[in-house]
Design a protein around this ligand. Structure first.
Ligand code: MV4
Length: 479
């Protein structure tokens, strides 16, 4: 593999290129006219414009990207996350054109893209799943019988849904029929597939996912868990590894379950198996994401591996060299997604010009960044500026480092989620490790953030005054 094309933009395009460079592989960037001067374009060995700013005229144009790849004699395409990364048709198009898709085979993408097909695939593997049904349901009377068996509250999910889209909680029987009809029509219009199913609603779960990697020689390894419960409207905001609630025994069980999920669909490459963990620490398989995830760096820091390097190696047919028992957790890592969004104004996108943009540096600090001072943030794409990642010997150290790194991250021109990240890191529930997926809803409000910011400003002012008085004394001047 001499040359790869990165079918993506922003921080993840740069992240992939860094590893390719390290491995002596040439890189090709593709870009839209909105990204003409973007860092990922400058970073690559070659770069080709593929269209107008909207994604469906550029980063989603699989046909154009293949055309560029063929013209520049590219051996493989890395899709990053989002865009074409979980598009089975694109993976197939690569295969047909003799270009390696750095990711799973299209069959695995297809199976895991459907929650019902995923349940079907893992059926024989003894993977714990939330009580519920494993086929699409349309008859409200049947649904009522099932719901009574499982017990309320129940959750209606769309088979084709993802990231919480098309989910409905039903508390009581009298709401079931109307909620089900709504879920079906919502799923039909959003995904072109009205299949819905029913599960017991786990009321206060943690969201824990396991990183897996599979080669083409039948080896599948897991690289431990990531705790992703701190999310807002299904958008993750803070992730960490390891989770503070997993015991070595539970970690081993979940890791083994994740490996079986990967085996059930003949997986290849990097994947993530999502689980819910209830209050009694029972775990349930939810779904598998068939891509490199945004939050992969926390896993890299605690396991000491370069996941992109492993992706490239297994894509070119190499066997994984390490054994499961060689893998150990070292230290603790946190990641904050830094978005150009205003935490004081309902997280509205705050696009504009980056007048000041200075990143924190130092031991234990990693910033996977896609922006530069002086740039405009395009309105066409996800407003994530970077991922701020900290690594320490202990969880406390990683949290302390995160607070310091947030203070050393200087952005002017747009509002960001940095103050929100600091609020989370300083919150008692977060520090204690005792939280679930309802953390943001339960503990965050703009007022609470303002209150904390004002308190800190007051304390800083008092310290400054005290210092001033001390200095005056030293100089024996009247204050
Ligand atoms: C659930 C659940 C409770 N019970 N399933 C949300 C996204 C999708 N991947 C699955 N999700 C959930 N499924 C049952 N049976 C709660 C959620 C959920 C959630 C899961 C992970 C992270 C954040 C979440 C926020 C709200 C709901």
């Amino acid at each position: 593999m001499k040359k790869i094309l990165i079918a993506n933009r922003g921080e993840i395009a740069i992240r992939v290129m860094k590893t390719a460079q390290k491995m002596g592989i040439k890189t090709v960037a593709v870009f839209s006219t909105a990204d003409r001067n973007a860092p990922h374009v400058k970073f690559a060995d070659e770069a080709v414009c593929i269209g107008k700013p909207p994604s469906n005229q550029s980063y989603l144009r699989g046909d154009k990207i293949i055309e560029v790849a063929k013209a520049l004699h590219v051996d493989a395409i890395h899709p990053g996350y989002g865009f074409l990364s979980e598009n089975a048709a694109f993976a197939e198009l690569c295969e047909k054109n003799n270009i390696i898709f750095i990711g799973p085979r299209s069959k695995a993408i297809k199976i895991m893209g459907s929650k019902l097909a995923a349940k079907e695939a893992v059926k024989q593997y003894n993977i714990p799943m939330v009580p519920g049904i494993d086929e699409a349901i349309t008859d409200a009377n049947k649904a009522k019988v099932i719901a009574k068996e499982i017990g309320f509250p129940i959750l209606i999910k769309a088979s084709a849904g993802g990231g919480g889209k098309g989910m409905r909680v039903v508390e009581k029987e009298s709401d079931l029929e109307s909620q089900m009809n709504r879920a079906i029509s919502e799923a039909t219009s959003a995904f072109g597939d009205g299949s819905v199913f029913i599960e017991k609603y786990v009321t206060s779960p943690r969201h824990i996912e396991i990183q897996v990697m599979a080669d083409s020689h039948g080896h599948v390894l897991h690289f431990f868990e990531r705790e992703c419960s701190i999310q807002r409207r299904h958008q993750k905001v803070v992730e960490e590894a390891p989770s503070s609630v997993l015991t070595p025994e539970l970690r081993k069980k979940m890791g083994e379950a994740a490996i079986k999920v990967a085996k059930s669909c003949d997986y290849l490459g990097a994947g993530t198996v999502e689980f819910l963990l209830d209050e009694k620490h029972n775990f349930y398989f939810l779904e598998m994401n068939t891509r490199l995830q945004v939050e992969h760096p926390v896993t890299e820091l605690i396991s000491g591996v370069d996941l992109v390097e492993l992706q490239i190696r297994v894509a070119r047919g190499e066997a994984l060299q390490m054994k499961q028992d060689d893998l150990k957790i070292n230290g603790h890592a946190l990641e904050l997604r830094v978005y150009a969004e205003d935490p004081l104004n309902n997280f509205l996108p705050s696009v504009g010009h980056l007048d000041v943009y200075k990143l924190p540096v130092g031991e234990g600090i990693r910033v996977d960044n896609g922006f530069e001072e002086g740039m405009d943030i395009p309105i066409y794409y996800d407003p994530m500026l970077s991922k701020l990642i900290t690594y320490g010997k202990t969880r406390e150290e990683a949290i302390q480092l995160m607070v310091k790194a947030i203070e050393d991250y200087h952005v002017e021109g747009v509002q960001t989620t940095l103050p929100f990240g600091k609020y989370v890191c300083e919150h008692e529930a977060f520090k204690s490790g005792n939280f679930d997926t309802h953390f943001v809803k339960n503990y965050y409000s703009p007022e609470a953030l303002k209150e904390q910011t004002e308190q800190e400003a007051k304390i800083a002012a008092l310290i400054a005054v005290k210092q001033y008085i001390e200095d005056q004394k030293l100089l024996r001047l009247p204050n």
